[in-house]
Write a protein that binds this ligand. Sequence first.
Ligand code: ADP
Ligand code: ZN
Length: 526
Amino acid sequence: HPDVSAGSDPQALHILQTVFGYPSFRGQQAEIVSHVANGGDALVLMPTGGGKSLCYQIPALLRDGVGVVVSPLIALMQDQVDALAEVGVRAAFLNSTQTYEEASQIERRVRSGDLDLVYVAPERLLTPRCLDLLESSKIALFAIDEAHCVSQWGHDFRPEYIKLSILHERFPQVPRIALTATADQQTREEIALRLQLEQGARFVSSFDRPNIRYQIVEKANGRKQLLDFIQSEHAGDAGIVYCLSRKKVEETAEFLEQQGIQALPYHAGMDYAQRTRNQGRFLREDGIVMVATIAFGMGIDKPDVRFVAHLDLPKSIEGYYQETGRAGRDGGPANAWMAYGLQDVVQQRRMIDESEAGEVFKRVLGVKLDAMLGLCETLHCRRVRLLDYFGQGSERCGNCDTCMSPPVSFDATVVVQKLLSTIYRVDQRFGAMHVMDVLRGIDSDKIKQWRHDQLSTFGIGSDRSEAEWRAILRQSIALGLITVDHEAYSALKLTDAARPVLRGEQPVQLRQYQKPVKQKRSGSKP
Ligand code: ADP
Ligand code: ZN
């Protein structure tokens, strides 16, 4: 990285120090500020906690007129405005929580040039009334926060964001800066395209969060493992636990409460007041564990979140990175922990298969899920894998589970052949449980009924436990050798990629199964 404050213009530095009270710019802030202050467009990719806000706040103060900040985070606007007021910046917001009178008053201030910054929800911005207001006012810049909301592939997609291209059409001379903490190559291109920022400068910061330790464990009893993890490494710490369903959120929060851990639920199905109350407590009080769906977290600025745990597999590395990124914003050590198992793979694949999406869309979701599975199953450094996904090369980190206790791999060709041929011999019409029972030589009624005890593969895998077979099956699915047919009672089917393995032309390397063990304490090297 270049010397951070060397190139910064003196006026910008002066504002940074006198208004915001910071001695120097961080990372690429100085460059971004000067680029935008001079009227340039920009797309800024910076991890959570990197300091994106100053990248548009300072240019807004340096330029004539009001800086218009488009943000989907209505619930946080009041806090943002209050924080700015505290340092003497004239800021306000326009959103649906205001009365007509309140809004009119803010509009008057925008028009008369009495504001430095105004935060606007995208749906509000797009109204003719608001666009007229902006046309009759002096605008310093447009900042489009959480710009990944424009991406249809992401889980934060907001249709109004697509219409923000109108800003470029109606206000061609006003500089625009789009910011996000999460965007793989595809999302970056999508943001640039949809917001017409192809000509703008791109500022991509390092996505590494060296203080976050990544751990992904085999799921046996997820809830119990989570409890062990919290008790052994994070007693009394604030953290976030992500679950896929609302029901699981509630059950998990209740379970943790019963175990003496202060936990609160959060999901979009709860009533608004309760949700807001829980969020407020999480932000203000110490040591609360928020159990939530992915509806929770965007824009949440709590510096001392010590861990983020996933009890279910995220859909993509972007989602995983974004969610885990909420840990350790203060730079102190933090853990990103996940329990992951066969069921996760099956469930996520099913959600894609069963979604209403078109074929192209499903394919994109499938590719994103595959990358996520690759991260879970990797035998190498998780961070290297993660950063590689964002197009950044890096060295083995020494601060992830695979670096700290490298997984042992083994030549699993024969074992996987046993699995594949069993699936083949039951005509690819049975699910995971039954296939594993055949392999292990279990005398179930179903096996007798179908005479599967007569198969040549019956019992050829009796030397391995069910948990071991699960791990082998999971990895084989992740490797794309087997698919789960959700239209046929979750029957396991062989893919084209299975053929060379069955024929012995393609060796398979898998992770050695390790019984789940109690968590080791943070910091204690194995
Ligand atoms: P982001 O939006 O990228 O997640 P923020 O803009 O909220 O990050 O900044 C994260 C934290 O870092 C805030 O507390 C902010 O005040 C602080 N910060 C930002 N820039 C600097 C800087 N140059 N020096 C010191 N602290 C900074
Ligand atoms: Zn590592």
